[in-house]
Design a protein. Structure first.
Lengths: 240, 240
DNA sequence: CGGTGCGTTGAGGCCCGTCAATAGTTGTGG
DNA sequence: CCACAACTATTGACGGGCCTCAACGCACCG
């Protein structure tokens, strides 16, 4: 693509060498030269738990790759009711290409490390690189699948199935390296976040976690550390 | 794009002249020459109510524009529970570009007229035309927004709010020409479909429709024809 | 230590699901 | 046109699952 004089093949930017997003994320579509260009204006940042990464209704100025951590996407009703509409994990792409405003709020659930791009830079590259725009499209389709899967959870499952489902969801995504469900992991969400994700109350979530514990399917340490003792049991408790 | 000898500007194919999709749908991104190419292999078909347009798990062989009618997207749990995960209206694009299999089932809710493309044809054109692939991307993002909006409905709203929401949703989309909510329209869904969309039972849906009727917000004729008597009332009943 | 945020547990009530009977609608065939 | 069947929708009675309200335990922090 680049017709500038070269002193050999472009090296992969230092910043990108060990980055997960270069393999399974959107940067996998880019040549070293394109990576360099993007890396020039990209900045990495560590966001503490609870920081606001994007607000509903405010203009989108940047996009980012999630390097580590979990991002919580929420929607708010005029009267204050809140729904968590999705979770995103490394190495997901975070942001909304070509959209003026986002109507979801993104918040760090636990510490999150981001690689942040300037909006114009990324969109210009997407126009030039069909591979990149295709990965962005694929990411949108994946999120759409996730959203529709979760609609099934919200519309049809019982409280205990929902809680088992959210544990499976988090367990299978929290470690970007792992295949399948991690045997043990730290919940990035409070009970109230889980409740808002599941369409339940904190009390019901708490009771169902206790029930799973009593049935020997999971163990819970200090309220946040989940150990899956019986994965098959958890899967069947999630109802498919 | 085309470097073939021309006898002047390509005419717009007859098939496409009056088509809604050429303005607001994906075909709006195409030049007359591209339209002609696509129109050569495209076929129009009228699908009777209930026909299966795409099955979960089976390979995707074609894509289509919805010319008229309503398409119901559903997901099925192993034990038979069913969730309607979305409705699509003219001039929406129906299908899943670049995906091997679709995990949702698409079914005609009422008579549907489609303009069907061969999969390879469309995907080749998407590679060649950035405008087209961008419209496909935009459609995916719109569906994602719709899905997340509906997650809020499923997770947080009461039965009466849900029923008001679905009436508003259908009323504002069923007529592609109209601005806002149509004052009167025919429901494309049975009560059981509405229930599966809302995460409720048919009995609850029926009771809530009766309640809206008694409150003077809507009128119902022959179970399917809805007339909105008090749009503000309906909107506030939907809870925002 | 008291305050604050988070999570658990219990008691009671309500919304909506379940079950059952009835009524309305559509299509078919005499 | 009516009779009939099949499907669809409404209405009622009742029970259960989850919400509500409240008290308590626990960890953290000034």
């Amino acid at each position: 693509m680049s017709n500038m004089p070269d002193t050999g093949p472009s090296p992969i930017p230092v910043l990108c060498r060990a980055c997960e997003a270069r393999h399974r994320g959107i940067c996998g579509a880019l040549h070293p030269a394109q990576l360099s260009r993007l890396a020039r204006t990209a900045i990495r940042r560590e966001c503490p738990s609870g920081s606001n990464l994007a607000s509903a209704g405010s203009p989108v100025t940047s996009h980012a790759n999630i390097l580590s951590g979990v991002v919580k996407l929420t929607k708010l009703m005029p009267d204050g009711r809140q729904q968590v509409v999705g979770l995103q994990f490394a190495p997901d792409f975070l942001g909304r290409p070509f959209a003026e405003v986002s109507d979801v709020t993104a918040e760090a659930a636990g510490t999150v490390r981001l690689c942040i791009f300037q909006r114009e830079e990324l969109e210009e590259m997407a126009v030039e690189s069909p591979g990149l725009s295709r990965r962005l499209h694929a990411q949108a389709l994946r999120e759409l699948d996730d959203a529709r899967d979760w609609m099934l959870t919200l519309g049809k499952k019982s409280a205990s199935e929902r809680v088992a489902s959210v544990l499976l969801l988090i367990g299978t995504h929290i470690d970007p390296e792992a295949e399948g469900c991690s045997p043990s992991f730290e919940l990035p969400l409070r009970r109230s976040d889980i409740a808002d994700f599941l369409g339940l109350t904190i009390e019901t979530v708490s009771r169902q976690i206790t029930a799973l514990r009593r049935r020997g399917i999971i163990a819970v340490d200090r309220n946040r550390l989940i150990t899956v003792l019986d994965l098959q049991g958890l899967e069947s408790a999630a109802g498919g």
